[in-house]
Write a protein that binds this ligand. Sequence first.
Ligand code: DSN
Length: 418
Amino acid sequence: MKDKIIKELLEKETIRQNEGIELIASENYPSIDVMEAQGSIFTAKYAEGYPGKRYYGGCEVVDQVESLAIERAKELFHAKFANVQPHSGSQANFAAYHALLNKGDKVLSLVLNDGGHLTHGSPVSFSSHDYQFSFYPLGEDGHIDLDLLKELLDKENPNLLLAGYSAYPYAIPFKKIKEILDAHNEKASTHCFFMVDMAHIAGIIASGLCENPVDYADIVTSTTHKTLRGPRGGLILTNDEAIAKKVNSAIFPYSQGGPLEHVIAAKAVAFGEALHPAFKEYMRKVLENTKACNDELAALGAKVSGTDNHLFLLDVLSSYGINGKEAQARLGEIGITVNKNMIHGDTLSPALTSGIRIGFAALTSRGASLEDAKEVARIIHEALKTPNPNIEKLKERTAKIAASLKDVTSLQYPSIGE
Ligand code: DSN
């Protein structure tokens, strides 16, 4: 690369990622094949429209790329229709709302502090400006309270019920939610659609290790770069042809222009990797590592959420008397990257928080073992339990784990496309 400044920054970031322990639950390391597709000449092509119906000439090759991505996405999630063009999860959610709702319609979504996403009705997001949001809280045990959800559905009579979250460590009972919604819809004056944002757990769903929301929801949105381990981008799935048509128009021409065909090529590669049986083994290891770290911290006396998926929440305020912001900074000093996160019933502001969110999708992609996951727990505990831990010693322990893991720029995963 000729641009010296960017080259240097790229090298710095590669070192940071290789020498650190990445525990942000929404991050992951794609394969070199995904990165090769994403950095390819497909970026030079304009292709407004959809395969076979483009506004530009010369789309015969990108048509094949996009069709392959669509077919693989459908196979992976057992969906009848897929739109692979959303530039991000937020764009996917924007289009999904537009496909199902009229401006001003009512949406029932999880209380944001309990793990929702900005596009799920935050006052600072378009979502709360275009639609009227009301919220269902989690039950006292931090799990979805189905009785309360039923009550709120009947009370609020929304046009859309939204499930799927950013910081929820437990299995989501999609089937039961759908049963409750069906019972509500039988007697309600307004039909309520069901939308699932599966961004965080897409990889777990693809592996068949939890319920598949595509079987129950009218629309499922996702990102492709979290547990699914693809390029940064979005995805929308549905089994309903009429909704699929509305989704396509909501993406192009309503909210996006030319699709990012280089990213769509990378999505096709990632779907091909996720369709390979080896991906299920990877995902099993992610779940095992996450649980091992959670359990080790619990054994050391820390207050953790427990986990059924790729993440858990550590209550640093109850466990160590510090807030999430301080914990994030302290762990950052020793080479462990996490994010501060609200926990259920949090009394601190989102800028401080009482917890941190810990996920193992990324570290497991680098080959982290159960022993590594337990050692990470012990390092976190040592780093947070006293105000003045031995930073240098803890840094050495983190560096030792990182050095034993695979290089983030050369990861290769088996694919059905081989
Ligand atoms: N920013 C993502 C997360 O960290 O969960 C959600 O899009």
